[in-house]
Ligand binder design. Structure first.
Ligand code: PLP
Length: 373
């Protein structure tokens, strides 16, 4: 007979006991019923409304479905070769993951041990902080500067002997601010190789500003730098879950020791290869859509007297004179799904994806409808 089961809490490490699980949004059919709307426009996850590029769609259509029975390439061999050609690096400078989310965990596992800490901003993509905390490491959160950008001096001041990794998000999700080349170089020079610096460029393909650095080029100069990219945003493959990390071969060799093999499926790998083939055209079309959305929505929000922050990526943050959870429900009832920002430490703010003009017009109308008289 089995022995008695100890109280569950006694098996759960202290740092896990206080963590609340993330609650993902429900599927569209469930939401349509809950909120009584016919159609939902998802403006909550910074997806690309144009969908995958034609070459990515072709690659998906050409997939031999029988291949579902065979394990994928465990190290995304062909995709890494393509990435190497595109970025002028070697295939061994890349690790492909099940979304950029997965590679965050690889890095933390590779470098942190008990008592170590990571540093990032207080108002940025939350997964760096979450992965550190549920792995049992301290996440030091440095407040953003007055310009809604990362405060480089304060981050440097927060470093101690147990700091292993600094996570920079550029453009920052959700504020859209970015690290200029001069600011980033100054920061990396002052770190001088003592810690690992992760530059998360999930939205870099949207940026048109001239002083935005290309993280991939900086890898030749900084052996402690890791750059994250994703196929979820510009390349519109979010449902397939694929992203990657690049760095000096020696650094990548260390991180590879913590990777879970076969986490990236064959179909995602094939679609990602396809999307690199017509990347230039797809990026051009998408940038034009995002620019048009930003140019339309900004003045509309001004007319409504709403503070907004757009930055360089495909989203905009908006401050509302009401709670963001209430605004979420009222907008959902009109078929508009936005991101409520209290969880990002921006109470009374929402973040919306910049997409096709007719949907942006609906959003402006929807916001007008929920504002007090
Ligand atoms: C800044 C940032 N990094 C990484 C990710 C994760 O992307 P992926 O879909 O590749 O896991 C996101 C997704 O929202 C993001 O905003």
């Amino acid at each position: 007979m089995a022995g008695s089961f100890p109280p569950l809490e006694s098996l759960v490490p202290r740092h896990i006991q206080h963590i609340e699980p993330y609650i993902p949004s429900k599927p569209d059919d469930v939401l349509r019923q809950m909120f009584g709307c016919e159609r939902i426009h998802r403006l909550n996850n910074n997806e690309n409304a144009l969908g995958p590029s034609p070459k990515a769609m072709e690659a998906l259509a050409a997939i031999d479905l029988f291949q579902a029975s065979v394990y994928p390439s465990g190290d995304a061999f062909h995709l890494r070769t393509k990435l190497a050609d595109r970025f002028g690096l070697t295939p061994d400078s890349f690790i492909v993951g099940n979304g950029a989310n997965e590679v965050i965990a690889f890095v933390i596992k590779a470098f942190c041990q008990e008592g170590d800490n990571i540093i990032t901003a207080d108002k940025t993509f939350a997964v760096y902080e979450w992965v550190a905390e549920f792995s049992g490491y301290e996440a030091r959160l440095v407040p953003l500067g007055e310009d809604y950008g990362f405060d480089d001096d304060a981050m440097l001041a927060a470093i101690d002997a147990r700091t292993k990794v600094l996570f920079l998000c550029s453009p920052n999700n959700p504020t859209g601010s970015y690290w200029s080349e001069a600011k980033l170089r100054r920061f990396l020079d002052r770190i001088d190789g003592r810690q690992i610096v992760v530059l998360d460029e999930a939205y870099c393909e949207f940026v048109e500003a001239a002083d935005f650095p290309d993280g991939m080029k900086l890898l030749h100069e900084y052996p402690n730098l890791l750059v994250f990219r994703t196929f979820s945003k510009m390349f519109a493959l979010a449902g397939l879950r694929i992203g990657f990390m690049a760095g000096a071969e020696k650094l990548i060799d260390v991180v590879r020791r913590t990777c879970v093999v076969y986490s990236v499926n064959s179909f995602a790998q094939q679609a990602a290869i396809g999307s690199l083939e017509d990347a230039t055209e797809h990026i051009g079309r998408t940038r034009a859509m995002v620019r048009q959305a930003r140019e339309f929505l900004g003045p509309e929000l001004d007319k409504l007297g709403l503070f907004h922050l757009a930055g360089e990526a495909n989203y905009m943050m908006i401050r509302l004179p009401m709670s963001d959870t209430l605004a979420y429900r009222k907008l959902m009832a009109q078929g508009l799904m936005v991101r409520s920002m209290t969880g990002f430490r921006f109470p009374n703010h929402i973040r919306v994806t910049l997409g096709e003009l007719p949907v942006m017009e609906k959003l402006a109308e929807g916001l007008k409808n929920i504002l007090p008289g």
